[in-house]
Design a protein around this ligand. Structure first.
Ligand code: PEP
Ligand code: MG
Length: 583
């Protein structure tokens, strides 16, 4: 049994067989065989080793002819390893004595040696370690055949283990079969992490080196509440997690009973809890969790996996289907395109070769330079606004001028619609995300320009602390509880209050239970989050008095480090609601 710790990004506990995604389309179908099958497995192994050896020799020849013998020698070394009697014997012993299937025995052996070599931390040995992983792929390919993208067309339950998953790979996971996923890379507020929450798949990211220690078919536990991944659990641990899994399910069920109750403190202060969505279908998740509306519709996901832009009527249809599901009385905040950064799209005309895309041509910056794209979306949003409480929001605004430019383009589009006699809501509310420190500091001026603010803590934390939200190596710096972040949020809420405009938080911080008391105490009355977090946050709100939240927020603002802030808030949350899992 091996226990790994990472960053919890989507709650829930799952137990299932590992599907390791680094084996390039090769899935290990099973772990063990019957005793009667052992000789057949040995035969399969020998045939596959012979074929992989022949491949390596053929590669050696081809590369030597093309680039010279020095390079061909790499494959000669592969062939020698494949034919190494010690290594072959080790694999065979796993088959004969442990009754492992040939695929699993190959994978276990190669990975054990690869890990030992890599841990020596010397370039020559890490090269050998990679050679062994290459050989594993080659032998496995002969044993099971290449199956294409291992994540496509899953027919059996699996826990996905990968170095990293892109937001689009994650969006395409089928929750029916994917019990959970865990990745070596990634940070708390990456869009991959957000997609896990959307699909309600338990997930842990940023685990560091993991794949060397596991083979396809190994049993894995993913605890998305605590950020723990356990490889090959012993019986006692397995039993304990089965109980935890049940408890989590029961707690979630109990929370369901709050669905139609208001998010109101014990002494009657009312909060509005909204859902964040990426796809129109998620409107149902909002309704199921009793959301008061949609506080953030990330429309860039309309562009996911598309080679052509969705046109005006496709966009209008998407917005209308959200309105139809949510109802015309509840707010639906449609955010204009936030393309770029880790939301990469296959568009050759827009994708620029940028050294640092997070600080580059992202979001409104990109829209303001691609006016046709921007205007098409604004037309679709305005047209939908005629049919419900649609609000429009601009992301990643970093200066007052940029916001004014966005408003000017919006005014142009309104004029065009007027000329064409197309209906829209003339009083549509306009908001801006506050997710760049420059505009947080300019909140008083910004507040005069808009009807509402939405604080995007995912980016605000990243840009305030200069810590990439997707990078596990700086995950300890990337911290919502950092005093600098708290002060910026406090400043923005005060500026909004002075101007009498609404303010919401729509980053992941709003769905993290340890920050609920703080955010309420700082004066927030609107929180927008992944729908599955709503019941728990509502439960916390319904368990406190506003006065204790105010005091806790003032206390939290006095601390000088993120650790003190988080310890204090964790304690407060536990005191109020011990069942909540706080990390
Ligand atoms: C944010 O930055 O907090 C936010 C809500 O936007 P996104 O996560 O889509 O960047
Ligand atoms: Mg953002």
């Amino acid at each position: 049994m091996e226990i790994k710790r990472g960053i919890p990004v989507s709650p829930g506990v799952a137990i299932g067989p590992a599907l390791v995604v680094d084996t390039e389309g090769v899935r290990i179908p099973r772990r063990n065989v019957d005793k009667a099958q052992v000789s057949l497995e040995i035969q399969r192994l020998q045939t596959a080793l012979a074929a992989a050896g022949a491949d390596a020799r053929a590669n050696q020849q081809a590369i030597s002819d093309k680039l010279g013998e020095k390079y061909g020698a790499i494959f000669a070394a592969h062939a020698m390893l494949i034919e190494d009697p010690e290594l072959v014997r080790e694999i065979e012993l796993l088959i004969t004595q442990k009754l492992h299937a040939a695929e699993y025995a190959v994978s276990r052996t190669m990975r054990r040696h690869a890990k030992a070599l890599a841990s020596l931390n010397q370039p020559i040995f890490s090269q050998r370690s990679s050679d062994l992983i290459d050989i594993e792929k080659s032998v496995l390919a002969h044993l099971v055949g290449r199956t294409g993208d291992p994540l496509q067309g899953l027919q059996e339950p699996a826990v996905i283990l990968a170095h990293d998953l892109t937001p689009s790979q994650t969006a395409n996971l089928d929750p029916k079969y994917v019990y959970a996923f865990a990745t070596e890379a990634g940070g708390k507020a990456s869009h991959t992490a957000i997609m896990a929450g959307v699909l309600e798949i338990p997930a842990v990211v940023g685990l560091g080196r993991l794949l060397m220690d596991v083979s396809g078919g190994d049993e894995v536990i993913v605890d998305g509440n605590r950020g723990v991944v356990i490889l090959n659990p012993d019986e006692e641990t397995r039993e304990r997690y089965l109980v935890l899994q049940k408890q989590f399910g029961t707690f979630a069920k109990r929370l369901d009973e709050l669905r139609d109750l208001p998010a109101e403190t014990k002494d009657g202060t009312r909060a509005v809890l909204l859902g964040n969505i990426e796809f129109p279908q998620e409107s149902d998740h909002c309704n199921d969790r009793g959301a008061d509306g949609v506080g953030l519709y990330r429309t860039e996901f309309l562009y996911l996996n598309k080679t052509e832009d969705p046109n005006e009527s496709e966009q209008y249809e998407a917005y209308m289907s959200v309105l139809r599901a949510i109802g015309s009385k509840k707010p639906v905040v449609i955010r204009t395109l936030d393309l770029g950064a880790d939301k990469l799209f296959h568009r050759s005309d827009i994708q620029l070769d940028e050294k640092n895309p997070v600080l580059g041509m992202r979001s409104v910056r990109l829209c303001l330079r691609n006016l046709a794209l921007f205007k098409t979306q604004l037309r679709a949003i305005l047209r939908a606004s005629f049919h419900g409480d649609v609000r429009i929001m601009f992301p990643m605004v970093s200066t007052l001028m940029e916001l004014r430019q966005c408003k000017m383009i919006l005014a142009d589009v309104k004029e065009e619609l007027d000329e064409e006699r197309i209906d829209f809501n003339r009083k549509i509310l306009i908001g801006t995300m506050i997710e760049v420190p420059s505009v947080a500091l300019m909140a008083a001026e910004m507040a005069k320009e808009v009807n509402f603010f939405s604080i995007g803590t995912n980016d605000l934390i990243q840009y305030t602390l200069a810590a990439d939200r997707t990078n596990e190596h700086v995950a300890s710096l990337y911290n919502a509880g950092d005093p600098s972040v708290l002060r910026l949020i406090d400043h923005v809420i005060r500026a909004a209050g002075k101007q009498g405009i609404e303010v919401c938080v729509c980053g992941e911080m709003s769905g993290d239970p340890i920050y609920t008391i703080l955010l309420l105490g700082l004066g927030l009355r609107q929180l927008s989050m992944t729908p599955q977090n709503i019941p728990e946050i509502k439960k916390i709100i319904r368990s406190i008095n506003i006065e204790e939240a105010n005091q806790a927020a003032q206390e939290a603002l006095r601390f000088e480090t993120a650790r003190e802030v988080n310890n204090y808030l964790r304690e407060q949350t536990r005191r109020i609601l011990p069942e909540v899992v706080v990390n």
